[in-house]
Design a protein around this ligand. Structure first.
Ligand SMILES: *Cc1c(COP(=O)(O)O)cnc(C)c1O
Length: 362
């Protein structure tokens, strides 16, 4: 029992690739022979400069990001982006269009309303965000400041499998919980952002990919630290960046390249999520909580048809080394977050546990 593997299904901060953790440990006290740790190094040092440069280059390579986009490492989490997006990109008098598909878009909409008129292109609130629906039904206003969506709804377990075409209107996406999980055409987007702590690394850094010309929209009244242009001009070094988090993100990016890039990662994510959904769909005890067409490959949400068994499921799964399965406090039930770094063996262990639990209790 003592040596059983522990699989971490937490939604974020979340599991990181084992080889990345091992490399960070090996380099922790003496970074690549310099005699001290990277955490102790200046952000302008010969130690850190290649770390941030390589992190940016590897993210560009993985995602196929062209020179017309800046790649930034910012602070304040994805939540600060909820405000920075309208603060920088809202054009006075032109409405901002949002797709409301869960708690994280609700938070983003609340911030946007501080800056101007918000129009919802879709709203899943009435159905408790159990589906995203067809993006072809959205009425894109060609005169809108931008269109905003959240590609994967971490709490509810829905994910876009197709993105809308917004023409000349910039499309902005919060990809905090599914970035690097699949290939995508960055050119469809004016801006993509992601808090690192789901699929990219530890908490403390937010990846922002923004078309440089779009960043120029910023009004002169926006404070310096809150402008994308400031961070573009200074290469994410306007102030002290979160050096250790950027280092970890860089190791994760190298790990992703070594996995074979985003095509290979997508194939593994498909395999893992299909295994789990198949387990849910073939059982009478478990039931998925969202529309099958919109299911997330990152956050698999489900309930027990016999709610009286949920406490036992919770306790016994944790005892079996399957941790972090409790659903978000706002929705209940269960959620298995199976980000890139979750090994196939972890999902296999979860599926065996679920089948065994049903056999005993179903
Ligand atoms: C976790 C999460 C956030 C919030 O991220 P913070 O870094 O805590 O601000 C925002 N959007 C999505 C989709 C998330 O999963």
């Amino acid at each position: 029992m003592a040596n059983q593997p522990v699989y971490n299904f937490n939604a974020g901060p979340a599991v990181l690739p084992k080889p990345v953790m091992e490399q960070a440990q090996a380099e922790f006290l003496d970074f690549r022979g310099c005699g001290y740790g990277l955490m102790e190094a200046s952000h302008r040092s010969a130690e850190f400069e290649p770390v941030i440069a390589e992190a940016e280059a590897d993210i560009r390579k993985l995602m196929g990001i062209g020179d017309e986009y800046a790649v930034l490492f910012l602070q304040g989490g994805a939540s600060l982006q909820f405000a920075m997006v309208p603060m920088n990109l809202h054009i006075p008098g032109k409405k901002m269009q949002y797709a409301n598909t869960g708690s994280w878009t609700e938070s983003a909409i609340k911030e946007a309303k501080l800056f101007g008129e918000v129009d919802l292109v879709c709203d899943g609130k009435a159905i408790n965000y159990t589906a995203i629906g067809d993006v072809a039904d959205w009425e894109i206003d060609p005169d809108a400041s931008y269109v905003y969506l959240c590609s994967n709804n971490t709490i509810f377990g829905t994910e876009y499998h197709e993105f809308p075409l917004t023409g000349d209107v910039p499309l902005i996406a919060d990809m905090s919980s599914d970035i690097l999980s699949r290939p995508l055409d960055v050119n469809l987007f004016g801006m993509i952002f992601a808090g690192a702590q789901k699929n990219l690394g530890p908490a403390g850094v937010t990846l922002v990919i923004i078309r440089k010309d779009l960043a120029q929209r910023v009004a002169p009244t926006v404070p310096t630290m809150l402008r994308y242009t400031t961070h573009i001009d200074k290469g994410s070094m306007f102030n002290t960046p979160p050096t250790f988090s950027i280092y970890m993100l860089g190791l994760v990016a190298k790990w992703a390249l070594a996995q074979g890039g985003l095509e290979a990662i997508e194939a593994r994510n498909a395999e893992k999520s299909e295994m789990l959904y198949e387990c849910i769909d073939s059982s009478r005890l478990y039931v998925g909580t969202v529309a099958a067409a919109d299911r997330s490959r990152m956050n698999v949400t489900f309930r027990l048809t016999n709610e009286a068994l949920e406490a036992a499921f919770n306790k016994q799964s944790a005892a079996a080394g399957l941790v972090g399965l409790k659903g978000h406090r706002s929705v209940g039930g269960f959620r298995a977050s199976i980000y890139n770094a979750m090994p196939v063996e972890g999902v296999e262990a979860l599926v065996s546990f679920m089948q065994e639990f049903e056999r005993k209790n179903g």
